[in-house]
Design a protein around this ligand. Sequence first.
Ligand code: UFG
Length: 339
Amino acid sequence: MSTSVLLTGGAGYIGSHTLLALHATGLKPVVLDDFSNSQPEVLRRLEELTGAPVAFEQGSVFDSDLVARMVDRHQIGAVIHFAGFKAVGESVADPLKYYRNNVGGLTSLLATLQGTACRSLVFSSSATVYGDPASVPITEDFPRQHTNPYGHTKLVGEDVLAAVAASDASWRFGVLRYFNPVGAHPSGRIGESPNGIPNNLMPFVSQVAVGRRPFLQVFGDDYPTPDGTGVRDYIHVCDLAEGHVAAVRHLLAGNPGFTVNLGTGKGSSVLDMVKSFEAASGKPVPYRIAPRRPGDVAECYADPASALALLGWQARLTLDDMCRDSWRWQEANPHGYGG
Ligand code: UFG
C-alpha cells in the first residue's frame, strides 16, 4: 500500500494543516500548488514544523504531464484535491473563473489519474451544497441545492465524481462536506492568510481584534435564531485536517467511496463568536449591526454522526480553542504570510 498522498492546493489554508496531520501519522504528503491563493512562505514554515523537506512542485492541476509525473515518481496512493476557488461573491462576478478552475480542474485531474495507477481521491466539498436547509442538523441525505456559482461548482464536482465512480468500479472517492473551517495550528506559524478584505467572519473578527479594521459588520440581527444573528458550525482547521487523514486511510485500506459531513454538530452565532474571540484575545471586537448579506441562511450546522460511524472521526476542539489559536496566529502574523 502506497503511503504517499498528493495534495493539490497543499500550500493553502486547509491543505497546509492537512499536510502536518498526514506527516504526524506517517503518511507522506506531496504538494502541488500554483500559489494562486497561497504564498511560498508556508512551505518554509511547514518544513520548520515537520523538521523535514516538503516534497513540492509549483504548477497547476491542468498540467497533465506534471501531475502524471508526480503520481508516478512518488507512487501516489491517493489524491486530496484542495485546489479550488472559494469566494462566493467573486463567483457571482466571474462565474467562468469558477467553473473553469473548480469543475475543469477536477475533470482534468481525473482524466490524468485515469492514465496512472492512482484511483483514490478525496474531494473538498462544502456545506454550501445544502443551500438553505429545511431544518438542522443536516444529514448527508438532505436535498442538494445551490445559491451561487461557487456552490454550483461543488455540486457539479460531486456529480462528476458519482458518474466517474459508476463508470469504473476501480475508482474510490471520498467526498468531504466542510462546514465553517476556522482557527490555526497551535504553533501560530501557519494559519489563514486571505488576500484583501476577508469575506469570512473569523478572519474579519481577528483583523478587528488586532487593529487592522475598526469594526465588524454583523450581517443581520433579525434571523429566527436565539440572538437573531446567523448560526454556523465552526470547526477547527486541525480537526478538519484529521478528518482528511481518516478519509485517506479509509480509502487506502480499500474501502468503498463515501460522502460525509465534517462539522462539530454545534451551532454558534455571530455574537457567540465575537464574545469567544474577545475572551480568547483580551481585545475588544467592536461591531455594528448591518443589513443581512444576500444569500446567507439563518442556520447551518451538521449532523456529524456518519463521519464518526464510517471513519471513526469526530471534532474535538472547542470554540475557545478555535479563537485562541486564531488569535495566536493573527497576533504573531498581523499581515498573514505577507509580513
Ligand atoms: N458574517 C458577518 N460579518 C462578516 C462576515 C460574516 O456577520 O463580516 C456572518 C454571516 O452573515 C454568517 C456568518 O457570519 O452568518 C458566517 O459567515 P462566513 O462568511 O464566515 O461563512 P458562510 O457560512 O457564509 O460561508 C461558508 C464558506 C462558504 C460556503 C458556506 C456554506 O465560506 O465557502 O459556508 O457552506 F459556501
